[in-house]
Design a protein around this ligand. Sequence first.
Ligand SMILES: Cc1cc2nc3c(=O)[nH]c(=O)nc-3n(C[C@H](O)[C@H](O)[C@H](O)COP(=O)(O)OP(=O)(O)OC[C@H]3O[C@@H](n4cnc5c(N)ncnc54)[C@H](O)[C@@H]3O)c2cc1C
Length: 347
Amino acid sequence: MLNNGLRKVLSNIQEFVELRSLNTFNVKSKARFFLQLNSVDEVIGSIETIQQHPKRMVLGGGSNLLFVQDYQGLIIYPQLFGIKTVHEDEESICLAVGASENWHDLVTSTCQQGYYGLENLALIPGTVGASPVQNIGAYGVEIKSFISRVDAVDLDSGEIKHFTNDECQFAYRDSIFKQSKVGRFLITQVLLTLSKRPRLELNYQPLKDYFATKKQVTPQDVYDKVCEVRQEKLPDPKELPNAGSFFKNPVVSVAEYNSLKTQFPDIVAYPNGEDYKLAAGWMIEKAGFKGFVDNKVGVHKKQALVLVNHGDSLGDNVLKLANKVRQSIKTLFQVDLEVEVRVIGGE
Ligand SMILES: Cc1cc2nc3c(=O)[nH]c(=O)nc-3n(C[C@H](O)[C@H](O)[C@H](O)COP(=O)(O)OP(=O)(O)OC[C@H]3O[C@@H](n4cnc5c(N)ncnc54)[C@H](O)[C@@H]3O)c2cc1C
């Protein structure tokens, strides 16, 4: 016998749901099955239904995805809200944040309250639940520095798991959640520990220059500057659909970097441990793609790392352009560009 809760969840499965308004590339794609879940109990209660769909994925704000076809499996759309204080003392505060809370709203609120940590990560679209998936980062800061725990439901077993920071295996735009089988874990909440004592990261050049002469800098000051810099450079997906950086910045050895530097003396790169991280945006610009448009998709005119949808173009056209860019970069620099955005259907 099904209980009433489970009956309700099963009846909530929708079919052939248009995802266009649920992805920031604004590309058309239909989900064969679509299930919105409004509480952790609903997630647990619908495990058997979910397990009947081996092809499945969790959808957050759709700001790091490119659908290139209709999705033939089950899209799980959690709506898990709420922010609770888990622990607080003179030094720090630990917040448990529901996976579907808006990331930027959380940053706004913590900066307004004077907590240090998230200010460099302002204006990143999407949800809190997706933030550990690719270890979001910007202007010298990655979310891994503030995550104390990630709670998730293992959709294969139905168990609730608590991942410590180490267990998340964070790396550059990567984590266990990105590496595991697609659709295995549904993150329900993220525990973040923020500092009440000054702890700012101002090594990114525009921030360094701007704050060089300022004596007392607050998280709100950094937040304001980060928002200003981002608004100048990055297209707002509501006006020009996109998914942020389409490619990762490639990491190369010192020997490879030195060889590239000989051929391209103005190459932009940053030391990265024992290696070098190359600025993929510079390489794409050097290859002549900045501002390029074809089939209503293009390379953004101000930030070449961002591919944009100029109209009602399909995801497939974005992917074709991405492949063209990758081939050119390979030919010109002998470097492989890795895609940062998760491509659904064209894998
Ligand atoms: C204009 C713009 C600027 C951006 N700038 C940055 C930036 O500076 N730095 C950066 O790192 N990223 C950036 N991004 C990329 C993107 O915003 C982030 O990766 C964001 O964390 C994605 O959140 P989302 O909720 O939209 O996730 P989605 O795009 O919906 O999903 C992304 C991945 O996370 C998984 N996922 C989502 N929610 C859950 C969950 N609850 N449980 C398990 N898995 C889940 C999905 O299955 C998918 O694999 C930018 C994007 C845009 C459009």
